[in-house]
Design a protein around this ligand. Structure first.
Ligand code: ATP
Length: 249
C-alpha cells in the first residue's frame, strides 16, 4: 500500500540559499510524524513545500502514491493536504465571522452542504454553534486555534500539517488542543506531520520523527527511542538537553 506521504530528494532553494537539501521522509497512512531541529533548520519550509507554499527546486513529493513535481498543485490536492499554523491570527481574517471563515474553504473547493459541515466541524473542535457569529478577536487563543483546526478539517483532508500548533498557547490550553488533535486523528484516521521545538510534545503526539539541521535530516527515530535517549547524533542529544523538562541525554 502506498505511503500517505513520500518525500524523495526534496530541495528548496531561495536565491542561492539551500533551505532544504535532498530530504527523504516517508510517512505511513494514519501515522503521526514529528519534525524537530533548531531554529532555521528547515522544518517549516518542509511543511510549506508539501503544502505547495514553498518553491520546490528538486525532488519529488508523493501524496497517496501520486507524484507531484515542482510547486504545481491541483485544487483536489490542496484539499487533501491542509495546514495549521502556530498563530491562528495569521490564517483567520480579523473582519470575518467564524461562519464566513468556515464557509470560505468550502466555497473554494465547491463543497455544498455548508450548514451541516460547519455545525459538525465546530462540534468536533469543541465549539458550539454560538461561536458562529463571533469574530476572531472575540475568542481566546485556544478557541481561535480550534477554529483554525475546524477550517482545515472542514474540507476533509487526509493529511494535516501542523506547524507549532500549540506553542502560542498557555500550558493547560496546549494540553487541551493536543488532546483534541489526537482525538481527531484517531476518529478521522488522519495522517499528521507536526513541527514542534518541544520534544515532550513530539514524543507525546508522534510515532516517529526526523531531526533536522541546516536543511537536511540528521537522524530518524521513533518517539520511544527519543524518550529513552537512544539517539545516534550528538546534535539530537544537544536538542534533548536544551529542551526544557525533557529527559536528560
Ligand atoms: N521565503 C524565504 N526566502 C528566503 N529564505 C527563507 C524563506 N523562508 C525561509 N527561509 C530561510 O530558510 C531557512 C529555514 O527556515 P524555516 O522557517 O524552514 O526554519 P524552521 O526550522 O522552521 O525555524 P523555526 O523553528 O525558527 O520556525 C532559514 O534560514 C530561513 O531564513
Amino acid at each position: 500500500m502506498n505511503a500517505a506521504l513520500a518525500i524523495d530528494n526534496l530541495s528548496v532553494v531561495y536565491d542561492q540559499f539551500h533551505a532544504l537539501k535532498d530530504v527523504d521522509i516517508t510517512v505511513e497512512r494514519g501515522e503521526s510524524f514529528g519534525l524537530v531541529g533548531e531554529s532555521g533548520s528547515g522544518k517549516s519550509t518542509l511543511l510549506r513545500a508539501v503544502a505547495g507554499l514553498a518553491p520546490v527546486s528538486g525532488g519529488t513529493i508523493h501524496i497517496d502514491g501520486e507524484a507531484l513535481r515542482g510547486s504545481k498543485r491541483s485544487k483536489a490536492f490542496y484539499r487533501r493536504v491542509q495546514m495549521v499554523f502556530q498563530d491562528p491570527y495569521g490564517s483567520l481574517h480579523p473582519r470575518q465571522t467564524i461562519d464566513r471563515l468556515l464557509l470560505e474553504p468550502l466555497a473554494i473547493h465547491g463543497i455544498a452542504d455548508g450548514e451541516r459541515r460547519i455545525a459538525r466541524a465546530l462540534d468536533e473542535v469543541g465549539l458550539g454553534n454560538g461561536f458562529r457569529f463571533r469574530y476572531p478577536h472575540q475568542l481566546s487563543g485556544g478557541q481561535r486555534q480550534r477554529v483554525a483546526i475546524a477550517r482545515a478539517l472542514i474540507v476533509e483532508p487526509s493529511i494535516l500539517l501542523l506547524d507549532e500548533p500549540t506553542s502560542a498557547l498557555d500550558a493547560s490550553v496546549q494540553a487541551e488542543v493536543l488532546n483534541l488533535l489526537e482525538q481527531i486523528r484517531r476518529d478521522r484516521k488522519l495522517t499528521f506531520v507536526m513541527v514542534s521545538h518541544d520534544l515532550g510534545v513530539i514524543t507525546h503526539m508522534c510515532d516517529r520523527l526526523a531531526v533536522m539541521r541546516n536543511g537536511a535530516v540528521v537522524e530518524r527515530l521513533s518517539s520511544e527511542e527519543l524518550a529513552k535517549g537512544l539517539v545516534q547524533a550528538d546534535y539530537t542529544r544537544n536538542l534533548m538537553i536544551a529542551s526544557k523538562g525533557f529527559v536528560k541525554a
